[in-house]
Design a protein around this ligand. Structure first.
Ligand SMILES: NC(=O)c1ccc[n+]([C@@H]2O[C@H](COP(=O)([O-])OP(=O)(O)OC[C@H]3O[C@@H](n4cnc5c(N)ncnc54)[C@H](O)[C@@H]3O)[C@@H](O)[C@H]2O)c1
Length: 487
């Protein structure tokens, strides 16, 4: 199985290769087969990308908002037309089941392009009346922005970052994760075909050191990273050396609160989607499921019956629910957490180990896993696992559960299942999270801002709020009368 792109990088409107950069490979997680061989960007290539982005940004920012909107809309159309091709590529690169990638990856990226296309044409400042004149504000682009992606939603992340950046008149240099390097190149092709000026969107391949080089480059004004809390902290440190703007979309250990009055079937669906979708590799997953004591047994019974029906299999088969984990490293990490959970005394209600899929014996498949009798201090209840591993805990009453839900360094998301809407709103205000779902979980429409509090991040993607993270306001004071000098 091959998915070799014409070259490793895309800059200044074309594919570019530089074989002097270290070689690395992208593999299909279901079989371990090599999909593509690529090279890491060299320092010379980084400089070429920065020079191209500077030219591209000047040209792009000089055209009208309405024109920028047309280009982004055309790119969204192309993404939708190519959804099947892009979904297959994403499934090969990530191992995620095609039934997911068809609806949640390029399609979600196209939503972002469309949404920010609409806003591109409507960027306007304020008029402020003053005693001796007036002031007005101008929203201006930042310049060159760097985007750094994680491997779980490669093309979606590239689109969620580049769409608001481009809408505001910036250029972007995007670095996908080296684990999933392929689909961002396809997005670059689409932008060029849609009429984006050369250099306004570039893709450089590489690992941590390339991310660090972009985060410290003096000509780059902003860096937006999606990744782990540790990486976010490093990026913030590096970016501080040149006082860059940062957006950090980081990890989580989010709570789902299930009250006794909830629709239990809906709560079980939320817990399943919020733990097993994308084989559990989602930042906002609700991996700590707190269930009110009186419904605990019924909840676990329904949950395990539903989990047992999850189909692991060929990721390219439309009937498959779950594919493998993305890499051997992630497979080893998730299995280690499954062992630690048992060693620390949690009860294994279902799953708990590697899974064998006929015809894909070399794939990195693991069983959807539910631990019960989990105590808040256990490792599996505190650390982000990033695999299909759910912890179920019981609670008695609102005060107890909100304190326990908030007792974490993370603050990405939370879910509340109850029929008592006063309680839902009361707790939505008290839970420390960037996004709260009431009687739903893990839905991220582009119209709604998304991001974390506490160590889960800074800044927001999506929604109108994202534009403020890709532009800066300039105040212009205009005097309409004489100014008295005090001396
Ligand atoms: N909040 C969100 O929106 C969101 C979305 C998806 C994933 N995530 C998080 O991402 C993590 C999983 O993805 P991952 O394993 O690819 O994360 P990671 O932190 O290992 O890597 C993320 C990206 O940062 C780059 N990087 C690594 N070191 C760097 C450095 N020193 N400077 C600059 N860049 C550097 C990597 O090459 C990669 O492109 C999880 O913690 C998950 O919660 C968050």
């Amino acid at each position: 199985m091959r998915a070799q792109p014409p070259a490793s990088h895309y800059l200044d409107g074309a594919y570019v290769e530089d074989e002097t950069g270290d070689a690395f490979e992208s593999v299909y997680p279901a079989t371990g087969e090599v999909l593509a061989s690529l090279h890491v960007a060299t320092p010379a290539l980084i400089e070429r990308a920065v020079a191209a982005a500077k030219r591209g940004q000047e040209q792009w920012a000089a055209i009208s908002g309405a024109e920028r909107s047309r280009v982004l809309r055309r790119a969204a159309e192309l993404m939708r037309e190519r959804n099947e091709e892009l979904s297959q590529l994403e499934t090969l690169d990530t191992g995620k089941a095609i039934q997911e990638t068809r609806v949640a990856d390029a399609a979600s990226g196209a939503d972002a392009l469309e949404y920010f296309a609409a806003l591109a044409a409507d960027r306007r400042g304020a008029h402020i009346d003053l005693p001796n004149g007036f002031a007005y504000t101008r929203w201006e682009p930042l310049g060159i922005c760097a985007g750094i992606g994680a491997w779980n939603y490669p093309i979606q992340i590239a689109a969620w970052k580049s769409a608001p950046a481009l809408a505001c008149g910036n250029a972007m240099i995007f670095k996908p994760s080296d684990v999933t390097p392929l689909s961002a190149l396809k997005l670059a092709e689409i932008y060029t075909e849609a009429g984006l000026p050369a250099g306004a969107f570039n893709v450089l391949q590489g690992k941590g050191p390339l991310g660090a080089a972009l985060s410290s480059h003096p000509a780059i004004a902003k860096v937006s990273v999606t990744g782990s809390v540790g990486t976010g902290a490093k990026v913030m440190g590096t970016a501080s050396t040149t006082t860059k703007h940062v957006t950090l979309e980081l990890g989580g250990k989010s709570p789902i609160l299930v009250f006794a009055d909830a629709d239990l079937d809906a709560a079980v669906s939320g817990a399943i989607l919020g733990n097993f979708y994308s084989t559990g590799q989602i930042c906002s997953n609700g991996t700590r499921v707190f269930v009110e004591r009186s419904v605990r047994a019924a909840f676990i019974d329904k949950l395990c019956r539903r989990a047992a029906a999850i189909r692991l299999g060929n990721p390219l088969d439309s009937e498959t629910h779950l594919g493998p984990l993305v890499s051997k490293a992630q497979y080893d990490k998730v299995l280690a957490y499954m062992r630690v959970g048992q060693e620390e005394g949690a009860t294994l209600a279902c799953g708990g180990g590697p899974a064998t899929v006929t015809g894909f014996e070399d794939g990195w498949f693991v069983e959807p896993t539910v631990f019960t009798d989990v105590v808040d201090t256990m490792t599996i209840a505190r650390e982000e696992i990033f695999g299909p591993v759910m912890c179920v805990m019981e609670f008695d009453g609102e005060e107890e559960v909100i304190a326990r839900a908030n007792a974490t360094e993370f603050g990405l998301a939370a879910g509340i299942y109850t029929r008592d809407l006063s309680r839902a709103h009361r707790l939505a205000a008290r839970v420390e999270a960037g996004t709260v779902w009431v009687n739903a979980y893990n839905l991220t429409p582009v119209e709604m801002p998304f991001g974390g509090v506490k160590r889960s991040g800074i800044g927001r993607e999506n929604g109108r709020e994202a534009l403020e993270h890709y532009s800066q306001v300039k105040s212009v004071y205009v005097a309409t009368g004489p100014e008295d000098a005090p001396y």
